[in-house]
Each structure stands twice: as structure tokens, then as C-alpha cells.
Write a protein that binds this ligand. Structure first.
Ligand code: C2O
Length: 475
């Protein structure tokens, strides 16, 4: 991500923040005292039985939340509307979710934490903690059973509005939709954040579709909360890998911007980045089986992260945007690499510089209901396989880049960067004389049988305004 993009995001985030009461200090203190001896464990839903207290209490609380009027902050409608809503009017904290910015992880952590407190209270289950959907495990690629069975209104975890096959238990997430290898390898926070926000986060939203497929409805599907619980867990896992990975502690906007939520008593409360860094210590929860949590803290005077300098090596010359039409065929775009062949060879062998594929001004008129695997340098006629060196990541639009009512606030197109060192070096090794570097976009839906239905489901056209290859020197 370019530094100008980061500062533009930061600017957009900083303007227009509403001032409201600060109850948070005393609230957190009470929370700590009240839970001095207890600690909550967020468990893998795949390890819980269908009649576990975690499942039963979640059902009970959702039913209770649904019985409350929409303007009650504890109601199901209100809680979902904090993320986004199509309802008219505006209540405090509605439509405030953060996507496409470096607040993505922190905002959703806060949101889940208060939601969890509300469920704990309304279920009467004082040990309740949010479970997570561990779709990284190949055994958990289908929608967890309790969310689809019984398939009727008696089951608060069931909603009809999901993409085809999910409620029947026949659809499953593709391996590329839940891949975490690409995102977890990123070291700078912003790169990690935008990568993981795309995959698995956005790809899972898009694959499930229905309510989950768009920002203003996503949190109405009870699976949303388990999906985000897993995303929050992956944040901890990323940090625990070390190697320079850290949160933006020297960025005062990230650390001190206040976001408003409601606690289990219906009180308006606020949290900042500094207050949610250490899940166990500050928020009293840990994930089943996670590595030791990293204990970051906000201290003044931390040296700012050094900026890397990004240089565009090559830009796709055509004036017109690349179009990914509403059909199931892959789209391929060639870039003439002759002018930079030597440079690419040098950069990929020397290993100090990130080569990135930058896709800019990505937009669709509505949710395409598919995501796209992106391949760079795949030999002609070869089958695109996501575990090949030519796979570089996915385009999964959720919360950005979609024009029609799919996000709140001003429309902004999406920008995505993919690391392509491995793909380009594989390409250079295989093609001594090929002039064209192929970039291939392969639409993917849910499970293999779902891919046959992609043509019918993907009714939106995606445009990619610009394609460039850049080098990004580490300091
Ligand atoms: Cu705010 Cu997964 O969305």
C-alpha cells in the first residue's frame, strides 16, 4: 500500500468523528474488577457439540435480542445496524464499521467484544464467549451444522438469505477463499491488514453471499460473528509470528481515535486502539489453542516505522479499463515486460525488494457474488491452481469498490496490491523469451459444484482502472 493511500485513509477517518461521552475509562475499570478471577475462552465451533452451552446460549440470546424493539441498542437489529443497515433514519453508532482502512481489525475487535458482553447478559450464561469458525481446517469448510439445522424459524442461527447450497450443507469454501498464507507473510501492519481483509475475510463474505455478501446486512446473519471471531484470532496469530510484526503503535490516529458502541446495559461506551491491544489483559479473553499473546502497549516516543519507497516499473499502457464481465470464463491481460526484463531478473534474484502488482480504481456496480483468484505469469494453457507459484491472491470486494448500496458513506474504489516476486521469478525461469506477462483473473464461488453456477450468480461487471508493477524497497 502506498503511503499516500495510507494518509488519505487516515484523513478520511479523522474528519467527522463525533464527540461523545467518555464512559470508557471507568467502564473498563469496572470490567476488570468484576472479572478479576475469570477469563473467557473463545472456542473453535468445530469442537463444540450441537447442544453445548455455547451454542444454546447463543441461540437464547439472539431470540431475546430479536424480541427487543429496533431502537434498543441491545436488539439484534440495532447491533447489526452498528455495522451497517439499509434502515432509514440514524441512531447513535449506526453504519460505523471500518473497511478498507487500518481500523479494520481494531474496530471489529471492539464491536465483537461488546456484542459478546450483550450475549452473555441476555443468555444468562456468565461464562459465555463467542466461538470462532475455524474454516482454515479442511473439515470445517461447510457452514457449521447448527447454523443450518433445523432449517426453520425455530432456529435463531438459521437465516434463509444465504447463497445456494449453504443451508443444504452442499456448499463449501474453496481453499483459496480461506488462505491465510499470503496475508500472514506480510510484515508491515497496513499490508497485512489490507491483505487479510481481502482474504480470507472478504472472500468468505462473498462466498456465503446473501446477507453476508454486503456490508449493510452482513451482521444480521449469526455466522457473521463467528467469522469475525476467526478474523480477530488471526490478528493475534499474525502478531505472534514476530519478525517485526506489530500494530501501528506510533500512529496517534490509530491509537487514540474513539469508536462508540453500547455495552450490555445499553450505555454508550467508547474504546480506542490503545485499549484493545492485548486481548487477554485488557479484554479478558483468549482463543482456544492460540500461541502466547503478544503484549504490545502504547508508549509515547516509539520511533515511527520507516517508509519504504515505491517505484512504478511498468504500467499497462491501454487507456481502457480491464473488464471482468458477468460470466464464468477467466480473463487474461498481457503486459509487455521487454523494457524491464533485466530489472525484474535482478530484483527477483537479489531478494531485497518487493515486487507488487497494483490494481487501482477497482469497482463494480453491485456485489459480483464471486471473488477472483489472481495469477501472474501462468504459462499458456496451464490450469490455474491456487497452490502454484503463479497464484498471488484474490480480488474479493466487500465494503469497498461496490457502487450500489453495499457500503455506507462515500463510495470509494478499491486498490489492491499483491506481492509477485515468486510468480515473476517462476515466469522468468520458464519463459526465456516470452514478451507478455499474463495476468489471469479466475472467478470463484463457493464449492466446486457452485463454480458451475457462477455464470448465473455473477451478474455484476468489475472494472479495473489501472494495472501496474512496482518495486517496493525495504529500508
Ligand atoms: Cu465489517 Cu466482515 O465486515
Amino acid at each position: 500500500m502506498s503511503s499516500s493511500l495510507v494518509s488519505r485513509r487516515r484523513f478520511l477517518e479523522t474528519v467527522g468523528l463525533a464527540a461523545s461521552t467518555t464512559l470508557v475509562g471507568s467502564f473498563l475499570l469496572q470490567a476488570r474488577q468484576g472479572n478479576a478471577a475469570s477469563s473467557y475462552t473463545r472456542r473453535d465451533i468445530g469442537t463444540l457439540s450441537t447442544t453445548s452451552s455455547t451454542v444454546l446460549s447463543y441461540k437464547k440470546a439472539i431470540a431475546a435480542m430479536k424480541a427487543l424493539p429496533d431502537d434498543n441498542p441491545l436488539s439484534w437489529t440495532y447491533q447489526a445496524a452498528i455495522h451497517g443497515t439499509t434502515l432509514p433514519g440514524s441512531q447513535p453508532a449506526w453504519n460505523t464499521c471500518k473497511h478498507g482502512t487500518y481500523f479494520f481489525f481494531s474496530w471489529h475487535r471492539m464491536y465483537l467484544w461488546y456484542f459478546e458482553r450483550i450475549v452473555r447478559k441476555l443468555s444468562g450464561d456468565s461464562n459465555w464467549a463467542l466461538p470462532y469458525w475455524n474454516y482454515g481446517s479442511t473439515r470445517q469448510r461447510r457452514l457449521p451444522t447448527v447454523f443450518r439445522s433445523p432449517a426453520n424459524a425455530s432456529n435463531p442461527l438459521y437465516v434463509t438469505n444465504r447463497g445456494s447450497g449453504w443451508n443444504a450443507g452442499t456448499s463449501s469454501l474453496n481453499a483459496s477463499a480461506v488462505d491465510t498464507v499470503v496475508a500472514l507473510a506480510e510484515v508491515p501492519f497496513n499490508d497485512f491488514s489490507s491483505s487479510l481483509e481481502g482474504t480470507p475475510h472478504g472472500a468468505v463474505h462473498v462466498s456465503i453471499g446473501g446477507l453476508m455478501g454486503s456490508v449493510p446486512t452482513a451482521a444480521q446473519d449469526p455466522i457473521f460473528w463467528l467469522h469475525h471471531c476467526n478474523i480477530d484470532r488471526l490478528w493475534n496469530i499474525w502478531l505472534a509470528q514476530g519478525g517485526g510484526r506489530t500494530d501501528p503503535l506510533s500512529d496517534s490516529s490509530w491509537t487514540t481515535t474513539k469508536f462508540t458502541f453500547f455495552d450490555e446495559n445499553g450505555q454508550s461506551v467508547q474504546l480506542t486502539g490503545c485499549e484493545i491491544l492485548r486481548a487477554q489483559e485488557q479484554l479478558n479473553y483468549a482463543y482456544q489453542g492460540e500461541p502466547t499473546q503478544v503484549k504490545l502497549s502504547c508508549q509515547p516516543g516509539i520511533s515511527p516505522t520507516r517508509k519504504r519507497s515505491k517505484e512504478v516499473l511498468l504500467r499497462r499502457s491501454q487507456e481502457s479499463a480491464v473488464i471482468l464481465p458477468p460470466e464464468s470464463n477467466p480473463v487474461s491481460v498481457g503486459i509487455d515486460v521487454r523494457p524491464v526484463r533485466e530489472q525484474l531478473l535482478r530484483v527477483t534474484s537479489e531478494g531485497k525488494t518487493n515486487l507488487t502488482l497494483d490494481l487501482t480504481n477497482i469497482e463494480a456496480d453491485r456485489q459480483p457474488d464471486v471473488y477472483y483468484e489472481v495469477y501472474v505469469g501462468l504459462p499458456k494453457g496451464a490450469t490455474p491452481e491456487f497452490n502454484s507459484p503463479f497464484y498471488v491472491g484474490n480480488i474479493a470486494l466487500f465494503g469497498q469498490g461496490i457502487r450500489n448500496g453495499q457500503q455506507h458513506g462515500e463510495f470509494s474504489s478499491a486498490t489492491l496490491s499483491f506481492k509477485i516476486n515468486r510468480a515473476v521469478s517462476a515466469f522468468l525461469r520458464r519463459n526465456q523469451s516470452d514478451e507478455q506477462l499474463n495476468i489471469l483473473f479466475v472467478p470463484r464461488g463457493a464449492s466446486p459444484q457452485e463454480n458451475q453456477a457462477i455464470a448465473a450468480r455473477s451478474s455484476a461487471t468489475i472494472q479495473i482502472g489501472g494495472i501496474a508493477i512496482s518495486s517496493d524497497r525495504q529500508p
